[in-house]
Every structure is written in structure tokens, then in C-alpha cells.
Design a binder for this molecule. Structure first.
Ligand code: PLP
Length: 495
């Protein structure tokens, strides 16, 4: 049976999976959500015997029902190949009383690769299926990691162009270097004078501009999104939760049906929502522990039922989580509002006009599987140092936010459920913050000296992604005001 996707802001707007992937965002700023999440139709025991690619097929075939088996298997095998530095794709590592699901073994060493290595294949397949003639322009706002992963995924993909906006002063030096050295004639990278929310707001505005869409169509272009609002990113992220659970079954840590908890370092709420969808598919997850840094808007939301973005935006050492508007939360709000687009739209309107909304008690009662937590900068650094000293394991700053929140959660609840922590970036991506956490005297060294020091301490090979940028030339140096994003898009497309 065909799975239908529906806009969170207008229940009359529907799409097939491939149409939803192509469009990215629904009209009026809505997000596409599946009418239902089908149950897994193979047993946990069978899944435990499969490799990553096979598990991916079993999950994706249920969500992307208008793709043929051949199409989907082609997308999966093209994405999850030698670009990853381990055949496990997403290894599960037991350290310091938890299971770290390492999602950073792809080409840009952050978890965004898990979805962005397959999205270009899903998108070009969707274009073919729907007879699209226009060239597809991927428009992306990034807090650092999405941008590079999307650029790497789409570079030189025929029939596509990609434009990435990032906050000029809101990403790590290595993140910026990775982006501005991106090769490919179809790539365009722009720093904006503003923060991530400004970049995301500017991109959303262009998406929902009908006149612009018509103009683009006349010129042979149409926008699509590589941001985590695209269902083509969310669904591939469900896969690794199923994979992680079934690895724990395979090695005898748990029995099929036993519950686990997951801890997710959260920004735009995409990764944790994918875990929630995986549960709806039948994965036994007890708690979703949502970890925030000092920008703890989600922590406050889970505690009080009020989402309030009217606060200072704080730059932290976990920049990919420096976000005050968590776009994918809308999908959860829609769900707990009883799949009611009118109620959801009213709340989202309030978020735009007043920067704040409060859910009803009835809605809040449906959030009891979620636990919010946050970690300060000092706590995050202390966790990195502590786990390095106790377990000889060096984690990145985002993962350390999650590990800290997990530790606090266990202290408060005594909950002993086996727990998977989403490890979202390689420590090599945030080398300076990671090394400073271990010893502040490292701060005197250059970025690449620190890479070599990290290599000495951890014994983990320097990833190819880092070797690649040691000597790479800067190919993108455009910086614009946040008001001028559209101008830059038009300039690049020559329209
Ligand atoms: C994007 C990102 C996050 C946040 O993920 P969301 O899906 O936006 O919640 C966390 N850690 C790292 C390293 C990231 O790149």
C-alpha cells in the first residue's frame, strides 16, 4: 500500500514519498509527515543477522513505498560504500557504561553523512520518477556539518546545483575550511553575517516565496532542500537506530523485545525524531533523552510545555547544536496535537510572531517518553577529559553534551536501561575544543598541530577528510548580509 505524506500545516496537501523528497518543504512552511509509520515486517532476530545496507532496505522500503526495490537498493549501495571508513558503517562502541553509536565514519566525519550520502540518489531518482525537467537547486542553511556533508553529497551530481549558507562567525575553523575548499562546478558556499537561525529563516523564506518559484521555473530551476526537514534525510536516520538495537541483540547484550534508551545531542530535532519514528516502527525504545547545550530551549520545553526562543543566542563549543528554532520539533507537535494541522499551524504562527508558544496539558501528557537535559560548557569539557582518562576514548563536544546529560539522567532517575548514545561527530572535527578540554595548554598550538596531538593521544588514525583540507585552496569567499541571501542565489544561478 502506498504511504501518503501530508503537510503539518494543511491536511489537504499530500505527496508520495518521492514527491515529498523533491519538494523538501510543503507549502506555507509545512513539513511532510507520513500518515502512519508501518511496522517492521521482518523480525528483530532476522535484522540482527543483516548488514547495514540490508537493514537500511528493510526500513526504507516501508517509508518510501513508491520506490521500486531496484531503485532503493541502488540508492543504498551507492551511498553506503567505501566512502565510509568501516564496513560496519555505524559501529557501536561500548565505553564508560554506555553504547556509543558512532555516526561519523562517512566522508565529512559527522553524522550528517548518514543521510546526506543517500539523499542525492533519492532526489535524482525522485526527479526521474516524477518527470522533472528542471535543474534542482539544493538550498541549505547550515550550522556547520550539514553544509559540508550536503556539498560532498551533491558535488558534480548531474542535474543539480547546491547553495550553502552558513553563519560566518558561528562555525568551527575546521568546519569552515571544509566548506570553503569544496570542489565542484555546481557548488556555491556563502557566509552570512548572522547566526544559524538567520540563515535558516532566510532559506525558508525563499522556499515559501511563490513568485520566486514561478520565476525559477521559467528559468528551468526548482528548489529542493537538503536540510533535515526533508523526509529524505529523516528516514535514512531511522535506519541506524534499528541497526544499533539489532547489534545489541546479535552480541547478546539484550534479548529481542528488551527496551533500550537513546540519548541524542540535539539541535534541529531531526536525529532524535528519527529515533522516535523508529520506535513507531516497532523498535523497543523506552526513553528519548534529548540533550542540549547552553541553548537549552528544548530542555525548557520538555520541562514546562512552553517553547520560547526569546533568549540570548549562545555560541558554544558544540556549534551544530547552537539552534533556537528546532524545525523538526514541528513534526512532534503535529503528532501530539492529534495530527491536527490547524492546531499545529496556530502554534507555529505564534512562534513566528511572538517567538513563543505553549502546548496544552493534554499534548504535554503525550511527551512522557521524552526526557530533556542540558550540559554547560564546563560540564561538557569535564566529560571529555574524564572519559579520556577512564576509558582512553576521546569523544567530540556534541557527543560529550549527550554523555553529560546521560550521566545526570542516571543520577536523577537511577534508570539502568541499556543506553545508546548517538555519537555525532569525530573529535577531529572539533579538535581545538576537544584538546582544550583535555588540557588548556594545547590552546597555543595551531589547528593542524592539534590534529597531530589528538592522533598521538587517541591512537585513532587522522581521517581522510582532515588530511584533504590540510593544503586545500579556498575556492569560496563570498560573505553577505542576511538580507541579501536571495541576491546571492540569483547571482549564482545567473537569473
Ligand atoms: C547536526 C548535528 C547535531 C544536531 O542534530 P539534529 O538532527 O539537528 O538535532 C548534533 N551533533 C552534530 C555533530 C551535528 O552535526
Amino acid at each position: 500500500m502506498e504511504l501518503i505524506y501530508r503537510s503539518t500545516r494543511n491536511s489537504n496537501e499530500t505527496a508520495t514519498a518521492s514527491q515529498a523528497i523533491l519538494k523538501g518543504l510543503a507549502n506555507e512552511g509545512g513539513l511532510f509527515v507520513p500518515d502512519e509509520i508501518p511496522a517492521l515486517d521482518v523480525s528483530i532476530e532476522e535484522l540482527a543477522k543483516m548488514n547495514y545496507q540490508q537493514v537500511a532496505y528493510e526500513v526504507m522500503k516501508l517509508m518510501f513505498t513508491d520506490f521500486t526495490e531496484d531503485e532503493l537498493k541502488h540508492c543504498i549501495s551507492s551511498a553506503y560504500d567505501k566512502k565510509f571508513d568501516t564496513p560496519a558503517i555505524a559501529p557501536l562502541v561500548k565505553k564508560a557504561g554506555a553504547y556509543y553509536l558512532e555516526l561519523f565514519h562517512g566522508s565529512t566525519i559527522a553524522f550528517k553523512d548518514m543521510a546526506l550520502s543517500i539523499l542525492p540518489y533519492l532526489l535524482t531518482t525522485s526527479a526521474k520518477k516524477n518527470g522533472v525537467q528542471n535543474e534542482i537547486v539544493i538550498l541549505t542553511a547550515t550550522s556547520g556539518d550539514t553544509g559540508k556533508a550536503a556539498l560532498a553529497g551533491f558535488a558534480d551530481v548531474p542535474g543539480t546545483k547546491i547553495i550553502v549558507f552558513y553563519p560566518k562567525h558561528g562555525v568551527s575553523p575546521i568546519q569552515e575550511k571544509q566548506m570553503v575548499t569544496q570542489k565542484g562546478d555546481n557548488t556555491f558556499v556563502v557566509g552570512i553575517t548572522g547566526n544559524f537561525d538567520d540563515a535558516q529563516t532566510g532559506v525558508k523564506k525563499m522556499f515559501s516565496d511563490k513568485a520566486l518559484a514561478e520565476y525559477m521555473d521559467k528559468k528551468g530551476y526548482q528548489f529542493s532542500s537538503a536540510n533535515s526537514i526533508n523526509i529524505g534525510r529523516l528516514v535514512p536516520q531511522m535506519v541506524y537506530y534499528v541497526y544499533a538495537y539489532t547489534r545489541l541483540v546479535a552480541d547478546g547484550t539484550i534479548k529481542a523485545g528488551d527496551k533500550i534508551n537513546v540519548v541524542v545531542p540535539t539541535g534541529n530535532f531531526g536525529n532524535i525524531l528519527a529515533a522516535y519514528y523508529a520506535k513507531e516502527m516497532g523498535l523497543p525504545i523506552a526513553k528519548f533523552i534529548c540533550a542540549s547545550n547552553d541553548n537549552k530551549v528544548l530542555y525548557d520545553f520538555f520541562k514546562t510545555g512552553t517553547y520560547d526562543r526569546n533568549r540570548e543566542f549562545i555560541l558554544t563549543t558544540s556549534p551544530s547544536m547552537d539552534i533556537l528554532i528546532s524545525s523538526n520539533l514541528e513534526r512532534l507537535i503535529y503528532k501530539i496535537a492529534g495530527n491536527d494541522a490547524v492546531k499545529n499551524s496556530a502554534l507555529m504562527k505564534k512562534l513566528v510572531s511572538e517567538g513563543v508558544y505553549t502546548i496544552t496539558d493534554e499534548m504535554k501528557a503525550k511527551l512522557d517518553e521524552f526526557a530533556g537535559g542540558y550540559a554547560t560548557e564546563a560540564e561538557t569539557a569535564a566529560t571529555i577529559r574524564k572519559v579520556y582518562e577512564s576509558d582512553d576514548y576521546i569523544m567530540d563536544t556534541h557527543t560529550a553534551v549527550a554523555a553529560t546529560v546521560y550521566e545526570k539522567y542516571v543520577e536523577e532517575t537511577g534508570d539502568k536501561t541499556p543506553t545508546v548514545i548517538a555519537s555525532t561527530a569525530s573529535p577531529y572535527k572539533f579538535t581545538r575544543s576537544v584538546m582544550n578540554a583535555i588540557d588548556t595548554s594545547y590552546d597555543a598550538k595551531t589547528d593542524f598541530e592539534l590534529v597531530d596531538e589528538l592522533n598521538k593521544l587517541s591512537g585513532v588514525k587522522v581521517p581522510q577528510a582532515i588530511e584533504d583540507i590540510r593544503s586545500a585552496a579556498v575556492l569560496h569567499d563570498t560573505v553577505c548580509d542576511k538580507e541579501d541571501m536571495l541576491k546571492e542565489v540569483k547571482k549564482f544561478l545567473n537569473i
